[in-house]
Design a protein around this ligand. Structure first.
Ligand code: ACO
Length: 466
């Protein structure tokens, strides 16, 4: 057992060595300086390239293949930390000392017990639902556990309601870059304020972040069990976050190796710049909605096959290809048809994804010990070789995090429908950290769309329309 843990450590250090060898680790000040608003930047469709905020949470350098959380590179964090330490780091801007970590773990242990949420969730046909749909519903129900916002007396009063003509303010103007929001809440408050017994403040504060980090793992595990026709099981207060998650899903205490692998997978997915789900969570938070709704929006965005849903697709593709010798013909056919291959390419990385650098060798190690996974791993290896060989140099298309994560999860006995929910179990740390940071200087998100429609059309009465 100790040998395998040692092998994993060596594998992480080797991945880091190769990353350093292939790219410079010198900071690029032109990409990481403070912003003087308003800022001029080149923006592509889908807001590509737009700078919408400053952050100290994390940094992705796509050209060099770096992923950094609060100044620490992902290789070191995977080598020396647990997910709890990394979640604390993302939220608090420093790695916890022993006492802080112990306090944090105690809180997570308490918040993992989302009994009322699970009772409510089991009133729905979870086994018939899409797993991400069930998780999203679960986080919404969790909100009831912690806040009274949905009860009559907890509703917001006029003090921080949005002006009724809020969306009629002409926004199709050049942003002036004021320090203060163009949209003002009537009270002028920028942060949510306590409404009843401090409940609203709690629903947007650090404890709600902890509650979500803990609770999303319990709900995901419960959803996995309910889908298999099993009842959810309570967390084990003796276990850490990764081990607890596996235990709540399977009912079996994981081995130290399984725990270590899950810890690494959770760390690798915890934050990743202003990606679609993080942006969705931040957009919702910027309206001063609460963090439960924000995380719900993140989960909804993560569900798509262009984002978190890709690793499930990768497993389907590997099954469809069947064997490594079929790979070249399959790639020919797919590319000729203009198709995109799941698990390859990235909006930001135009170099090797550092997360795939870790997950690839980890999947190889696991496949070595699981002969039944070997053929699928060989097919994956051949697919990487073919796709990177054809598109790597030319279009900067390399495997992304999703390419090997499915194989890693499969080796832990996890079914593909749960891959994307597991992504959420991890990413909730990044979502909450970024939302929490953004709310300190909140400004409602409001980009523009260029109107290209017509003007001065006349309404023809319905009986005269062709
Ligand atoms: N397979 C084949 N060709 C690809 C792929 C791919 N996976 N990805 C991009 N390309 C090609 C495109 O066809 C395009 O070629 P062209 O210039 O000849 O038209 C070129 O590379 C650029 O592609 P874009 O679509 O502009 O790249 P974009 O940055 O918009 O897309 C995305 C990134 C959505 C991730 C894309 O690579 C993709 O669809 N990949 C497959 C899905 C996937 O794995 N998603 C997970 C991403 S990681 C995550 O979200 C955690």
């Amino acid at each position: 057992m100790q040998d395998t843990i040692g092998t994993i450590q060596n594998l992480l250090l080797e991945a880091y060595r190769r990353a350093r060898e292939e790219s410079s680790s010198e900071p690029e000040p032109e990409l990481t300086h403070e912003v003087q608003w308003p800022i001029a930047c080149t923006v592509g469709p889908g807001l590509e390239g737009a700078i919408a905020s400053e952050t100290k949470v994390g940094y992705v350098n796509g050209a060099r293949g770096w992923l950094i959380y609060r100044g620490y590179n992902i290789f070191d964090l995977c080598s020396y930390c647990t997910y709890e330490e990394v979640a604390y780091l993302l939220l608090h801007d420093r790695l916890p000392n022993a006492e802080e970590l112990s306090r944090f773990k105690k809180k997570l242990a308490r918040y993992r017990l989302v009994t009322k949420t699970l009772r409510l969730l089991m009133g729905f046909p979870v086994e018939e639902m899409n797993a991400m749909g069930a998780l999203r519903l679960g986080t919404n129900l969790m909100r009831q556990e912690f806040t009274i916002l949905d009860q009559e007396e907890g509703r917001r009063g006029p003090c921080n309601a949005i002006g009724s003509d809020e969306d009629s303010i002409p926004m199709e103007t050049k942003p002036r870059g004021e320090e203060h929001a163009i949209y003002e809440f009537m009270s002028g408050v920028k942060k949510a304020e306590p409404v009843v017994n401090g409940q609203l403040a709690e629903a947007c504060g650090i404890d709600a972040c902890y509650h979500l980090i803990a609770g999303v793992s319990t709900i995901t595990a419960a959803v996995a069990r309910l889908r298999r026709g099993h009842v959810p099981i309570e967390p084990d207060p003796e276990l850490g976050h990764a081990a607890n998650f596996l235990y709540m899903m399977t009912g079996r205490r994981p081995s130290p190796v399984e725990e270590r692998i899950m810890d690494i997978a959770l760390i690798l997915h915890a934050d990743h710049g202003m990606n679609a789900s993080t942006f969705a969570a931040m957009v919702v938070a910027s309206t001063l909605s609460d963090i439960y709704f924000s995380v719900g929006a993140g989960i909804a965005a993560l569900n798509g096959p262009l984002h978190g849903g890709a690793n499930e697709q990768v497993m389907k593709v590997l099954k469809q290809i069947g064997a490594s010798e079929n790979v070249p013909a399959w790639v020919d056919k797919t590319l000729a048809g203009g198709g995109k291959i799941a698990g390859f390419g990235h909006r930001v990385y135009k170099a090797y994804d550092p997360r795939a650098r870790i997950l690839g060798p980890l999947a190889a190690m696991l496949a070595d010990n699981r002969p039944e996974l070997q053929p699928m791993f060989e097919t994956a290896g051949k697919l990487e070789q073919e796709v990177a060989g054809r598109l790597g140099e030319q279009k900067k298309i390399f495997p992304n995090v999703d390419f090997y994560s499915g194989l890693v999860y499969s080796s832990l006995g996890i079914e593909p429908e749960m891959f994307t929910p597991i992504f959420a179990v991890s990413r909730v740390a990044g979502w909450t950290a970024r939302v929490h940071e953004y709310l300190q200087h909140n400004r409602i998100f409001r980009p523009r769309a260029m109107y290209t429609g017509s003007f001065n059309k006349e309404v023809i009465p319905i009986d005269k329309r062709s």
